[in-house]
Design a protein around this ligand. Structure first.
Ligand code: AMP
Ligand code: GLY
Length: 420
């Protein structure tokens, strides 16, 4: 069969790589892909905002299944649009995608269904927000409501910092703002919990911990993710049971009552406080780079899993995993997440010889005359599976030393909480 993957990051390269192993695959198309996907798929340069052009291409090439990687097309309703043309597509619809697209939508759902989350207040203008802050205790969390790629969140340690955040958000730093979310600061450890859904039933799809901050020791600015490891050190059966019963099932009930269902990956971002889960955010997709750590552990044919979701038959399938530890280190362009140079050659990339259980997933790369150039902030994802996290990391550092790319940097402390 022919499969189309929408997206161009490390997550999409990992999805391409994993489905390529299926004996059902005849050809993969990647919209628009990167230098990594180019070696296993046909990269198609179509603007992801142009749903009509995407649909025309899918119909013309008779693509049997479409998998959507990033949140933007999901939140904008690409699934609903393609399904109108009888295209089989894996991903949540527009109503369900509000779980990520609107933090306030999710908070209201939490309120209605008693889902554990940080206490919150929605403010509709600058004055109301500033008044509320006068009687608040700090630290406090302030969030823009719309999709802001993780950047619209401020952790404020004083009223002064909070006032600046309010002004920046209402000033339009993350797009036009009609309201703002002010949240209690939860003290605990974060965990990413993944599930896969067919609209009727769901299964767990691994756990991970990512490192969002740019500097070692989890300091500095927020990024898309500098590295990750799977599984999370926090997961246990009791906690998993609580996450499913107290958070995921009530959320699905809420969507059902809105006349919607959930099909696709669901990323539940949690704060764990004394083995109790609190919902921080939902993402309606796999995490990036969490996906790169989880998919290499999958034993079951991913295509079979995705098809069973589209056919509402996930409950008939047993998903099997390798019992290994997985670690990913992301190589970024120097300067990221601020200004960085584009089109810098990654000279030594062909010197990397991957051994069994080692993977190199591309993100912001492009190939010109057989040479690979960095085009984005996050450029390469090195992943290793091993019996323990320390061995996995040593393997990665070996490869990173061989790469020795002058245009980039990486965090050498990924996974420090699970590696002594
Ligand atoms: P979000 O985009 O909502 O996931 O927030 C980005 C990051 O801010 C999270 O990954 C957490 O590290 C942090 N954060 C968000 N909300 C809270 C909260 N209520 N308490 C503590 N930290 C938070
Ligand atoms: N790694 C964080 C995210 O995918 O949103």
């Amino acid at each position: 069969m022919k499969v189309g993957i929408i997206g161009s990051g490390g997550r999409e390269h990992a999805i391409c790589h994993t489905i390529k192993k299926s004996n059902k695959i005849e050809k993969i198309f990647c919209f628009p892909g990167n230098a990594g996907t180019e070696s296993i798929a046909e990269n198609v340069k179509i603007d992801l905002e142009s749903f009509e052009k995407i649909k025309d291409y899918i119909l013309e090439k008779k693509i049997d299944l479409v998998v959507i990687g990033p949140e933007k097309p999901l939140v904008d309703g690409l699934v609903d649009y393609l399904e109108k043309f009888n295209i089989k597509v894996f991903g949540p619809n527009k109503i369900a995608s509000q779980l990520e697209g609107s933090k306030i939508f999710t908070k209201k759902l939490c309120q209605k269904y008693n889902i554990p989350t940080a206490k919150f207040k929605i403010c509709f203008n600058e004055k109301e927000a500033k008044n509320f802050l006068k009687n608040s205790s700090f630290p406090i969390v302030i969030k823009a409501d719309n999709l802001a790629s993780g950047k619209g969140v401020y952790i404020c340690s004083s009223e002064n910092e909070a006032l600046i955040a309010v002004e920046e958000i209402f000033g339009g730093k993350f797009g036009a703002a009609e309201n703002i979310l002010i949240e209690e600061f939860l003290m605990g450890e974060e965990m990413s919990f993944f599930t896969i859904h067919d609209g009727k039933s769901f299964k767990t799809f691994g756990t991970a911990q990512d490192h969002k901050r740019v500097l070692e020791g989890d300091k500095g600015k927020n990024t898309g993710g500098m590295g990750a490891y799977s599984p999370s050190r926090l997961i246990n059966d009791d906690l998993e049971h609580k996450i499913i019963e107290k958070i995921i099932k009530p959320t699905l009930r809420g969507l059902d009552e809105l006349g919607s269902e959930y099909k696709g990956f669901l990323y539940t971002g949690l704060m764990i406080v004394d083995n109790e889960p609190y919902l921080i955010e939902y993402n309606v997709r796999m995490g990036d780079p969490e996906c790169q750590t989880i998919l290499p552990k999958l034993k079951t044919d991913l295509i079979e899993i995705l098809l069973s979701c589209c056919d509402k038959k996930l409950d008939k399938l047993n998903i099997e995993w390798l019992n290994k530890k997985s670690l990913c280190i992301v190589v970024c362009s120097k300067g990221y997440p601020d200004i960085f140079q584009k089109n810098v050659e990654i000279e030594n990339i062909n010197k990397i010889n991957l051994k069994k259980d080692e993977f190199l997933f591309h993100a912001g790369t492009t190939m010109v005359n057989k040479k690979i150039f960095a085009t984005g902030g996050r450029v390469l994802n090195f992943v290793s599976l091993s019996e323990d996290f320390k061995l996995a990391k040593n393997n990665l550092i070996n490869n990173l030393n061989k790469l020795n790319w002058s245009g980039g940097f990486y965090r050498s402390d990924i996974g420090y909480k699970v590696i002594e």
